[in-house]
Design a protein around this ligand. Structure first.
Ligand code: KIV
Ligand code: ZN
Length: 405
């Protein structure tokens, strides 16, 4: 996949397996990461940030195995994070070697507060490290992404200089992180506009955004960024990630999909164009959400937009009456567009292997015949003791099987 500097669509960069996994309690083992990576590829994400190769031997192995198995010629770009230090960049390059389309994502902080207390470096030193480390990464990998960490609280004039250096040294994507979720939508949109107007070589790179949800504004900030020229969105399934999490993939994708008439003109298309704004197969959203929730143990709140249990449920009599007459009265999108099934099959002791296998697929599990057989024996055991075997039971059964192998 060759990405042009100004794609007429939005690149979806999924960081569930890196920033998402930084969420307290959400750690994943290598096998679990592989299962999620395969599902992310089916979902149609353009880039999978598979981990932080230098962080641990487990993370290195996860990046390497995802690069081998999911990073095929027709598969997504596989990426590893690396600080702007040689050892990190070398570990990332080594782990990514099997990928058909590898990307190194290197970063260094640019806000005065990070320079003074964390890095203990001057602005000049940060400028020089940026040039040197991006060039070093470029000598090992063609596709380089650079992030000025805490860009949201950085002096824009300094940010412009750092980005110019990064692009001159070979970065083809420059990612603007609102690391602490501090900015507001108009500020963040203005920051992206300022970058487009003031970084002389910005036309040689794609502008990406990365944002945290400390004030609950990450998705709104990203949509303003898209209006101002950002063409890559870094996000996670269910919005998991450090502290209050990252921008949620499902919310961004469905906002761009449902409101495409509003967003199309920002891509230079007629408002009624049906050309998709992302490459995401929205029908895979629900099962991906369930899979990530199950394997990370991070529950999805019932009123969560798009994937929460109540997102397509109608409780009040007036709403039920309206929806029965015409769905459009209270629904802005079809449940099926995110892969929810209208008809519910209740699994119990009379269910056969076919129904069980079907439910596994709906939940996003891609198991071998042998794994299905083992899980089916366990399922029958549980079904003998309960009236109904729920999705949670099935996920627990499969989870156990994956952890045992
Ligand atoms: O939040 C952040 O700044 C990050 C960077 C490493 C991109 O996760
Ligand atoms: Zn982050």
């Amino acid at each position: 996949m060759t990405i042009q500097p100004h794609p007429d669509r939005v690149i979806i960069f999924d960081t569930t397996l890196r920033d998402g996994e930084q969420c307290p309690g959400a750690t994943l083992n290598v096998d679990e990461k592989l299962v999620i990576a395969r599902q992310l590829a089916r979902l149609g994400v353009d880039v999978i940030e598979a981990g932080f190769a230098i962080a641990s031997s487990g993370d290195f192995e996860a990046v390497q195995r995802i690069a081998e198995t999911v990073g095929t010629e027709n598969g997504p770009i596989i990426c590893s994070l690396a600080r702007s230090v040689k050892a990190d960049i070398e570990a990332a390059a080594k782990a990514l070697k099997p990928a058909a389309h590898p990307r190194i994502h290197t970063f260094i902080a640019t806000s005065d507060i990070h320079l003074k207390y964390k890095l203990k470096k001057t602005r000049q030193e940060v400028l020089d490290i940026t040039s040197e480390m991006v060039a070093y990464a470029k000598s090992l990998c063609e596709d380089i992404e650079f992030s000025p960490e805490d860009a949201g609280r950085s002096d824009p004039e300094f940010l412009y200089q750092v980005l110019e250096r990064a692009i001159a040294a070979g970065a083809t994507t420059v990612n603007i992180p609102d690391t602490v979720g501090y900015t507001t939508p108009s500020e963040f949109g203005g920051l992206i506009r300022g970058i487009k107007e003031n970084v002389p070589n910005i036309d040689q790179a794609i502008i990406s955004v990365h944002g945290h949800n400390d004030l609950g504004l990450a998705v709104a900030n990203f949509l303003e960024a898209v209006k101002n020229g950002a063409r890559q969105l870094e996000c996670t399934i269910n919005g998991i990630g450090e502290r209050a999490g990252n921008a949620a993939l499902e919310e961004l994708v469905m906002a761009l999909h449902v409101r495409r008439q509003f967003f199309n003109p920002f891509f230079g298309r007629p408002a009624d164009s049906e050309v998709p704004i992302t490459n995401i197969n929205t029908r895979e959203i629900y099962k991906t959400s369930r899979l990530v929730s199950n394997l990370t143990g991070m529950l999805v709140q019932p009123n969560k937009a798009i994937v929460g249990a109540n997102a397509f449920a109608h409780e009040s009599g007036i709403h039920q009456d309206g929806v029965l007459k015409n769905k459009l009265t209270y629904e802005i999108m079809d449940a099926q567009s995110i892969g929810l099934n209208d008809n519910l099959i209740v699994l119990g002791k009379h269910s056969g292997r076919h129904a069980f296998q079907n439910r596994l697929q709906e939940l996003g599990f891609d198991l071998s015949d042998d794994e299905i057989n083992k899980a089916f024996v366990r399922f029958k055991d549980v079904a003998d003791k309960k009236k109904e075997v729920t999705n949670w039971d099935i996920e627990a059964i499969v989870n156990d099987e994956i952890q045992q192998t």
